[in-house]
Design a protein around this ligand. Structure first.
Ligand SMILES: [Zn+2]
Ligand SMILES: [Zn+2]
Length: 345
């Protein structure tokens, strides 16, 4: 079969790989029908994730059709259409029993990281019963691909950990796909204001159409002063960090109101300065996390019901065999006005 393979920092190849096979009774083999590229894949390609070895098939998102199941798989059979979760869970370990699938002792984020991933014609999914979700009848499969990773990430790590409440003022720093996913799902809770902060005017425009009430372009002037001005000097109840660099974390520290929450979603490669000399008296809460994907069944229901329209995040489509071109477009997101790309076969 064909697959996109990591070849060390800066290098990847669309090439032939052996078909995946059942290795444990709880495995399933899935034929990928739709997949996508994540910002995390770009981090891997830069060499930021050294656990990814030369020869690894990338990708941790997608939908497909079950091709083969091991004898221990109970919930799925050959021919079933499935959503692949970016997080694999055994369902049995101490962390899984707490709903913290991200820290599963025999899973977590392993696809396209520690085992071969979804940017391929076929993929092996361990613990299939608890790591796949049935595709509901009539749902748009492209929309569903957004539920493998970015929607649960924006929702669980941004909105839920940030404890967004009705009437709140929320700021989301970073209008990339995950920041926009937080923007879409924050609206479940009817916050009064959602202020989007980003460097790119076209992304801020998209954010307005997705429900942002105010926008701040952080490349012009001081974004902390701009947000403080928009909030009458009080700051925001919830600041969601959706970039992962010191400057965006600093913005969140600068704009959080007394009693507020900073929910970090971004993947940080460098340390940040935590300004406890200012924050010690502010009654704030700072949270971090990797997505558990335990909200996925609920998010699927909201898509079926039309309450959530993740398809808005898709800007480009390519056949899977054109994945290298898709990486170029996704890697130049600002120039190409790209959010999420769909690869289909
Ligand atoms: Zn991802
Ligand atoms: Zn587990």
């Amino acid at each position: 079969m064909k697959a996109l393979v990591y070849r060390g920092p800066g290098s990847k190849e669309w090439t032939d790989k052996p078909m995946p096979t059942i290795q444990a009774p709880t495995d399933a083999i899935v034929r990928i029908t739709k997949t996508t590229i994540c910002g995390t894949d770009l981090h891997i390609l830069k060499g930021d994730v050294p656990a990814v070895v030369d020869g690894r098939i990338l990708g941790h998102e997608g939908v497909g059709i079950v091709e083969e199941v091991g004898p221990g798989v109970r919930n799925f059979k050959v021919g079933d259409r499935v959503l692949i979760s970016c997080v694999t869970s055994c369902g049995k370990c101490e962390y899984c029993k707490k709903g913290m699938y991200s820290h599963c002792e025999d899973g977590g984020w392993i696809l396209g990281h520690l085992i071969d991933g979804t940017q391929a014609e076929y993929v092996r999914i361990p613990h299939a019963d608890t790591s796949l979700y049935p595709v509901p009848e009539g749902i748009d499969e492209e929309a569903l691909v957004m539920l493998s990773d970015i929607l649960p990430t924006g929702f669980e790590v941004g909105v839920l950990k940030g404890q967004v409440q009705p009437g709140d003022t929320v700021a989301i720093v970073g209008a990339g796909p995950v920041g926009l996913a937080a923007l879409l799902t924050a609206q479940f809770y009817s916050p009064a204001e959602i202020i989007m902060v980003d460097l790119d005017d076209s992304r801020l425009e998209v954010a307005r159409t997705f429900g942002a009430t105010k926008t701040v372009n952080s490349s012009r002037g001081n974004p902390v002063e701009a947000v403080m001005e928009l909030t009458g000097g009080k700051g925001v109840d919830v600041a969601i960090e959706a970039v992962g660099i010191p400057v965006t974390f600093d913005i969140c520290q600068g704009i959080v109101a007394a009693g507020g929450h900073i929910a970090n979603v971004g993947v940080h490669g460098k340390s940040v300065n935590l300004h406890l000399e200012k924050l010690w008296i502010q009654n704030i809460t700072l949270t971090t996390g990797l997505v558990d994907t335990n909200s996925t069944p609920m998010l699927i229901k909201t898509v079926v019901a039309g309450k959530l329209e993740p398809k808005q995040l898709i800007t480009h489509r390519f056949p899977l065999s054109d994945i290298e071109k898709a990486y170029e477009v996704f890697g130049n997101a600002a120039k190409e006005k790209a959010l999420k790309v769909i690869l289909y076969q």
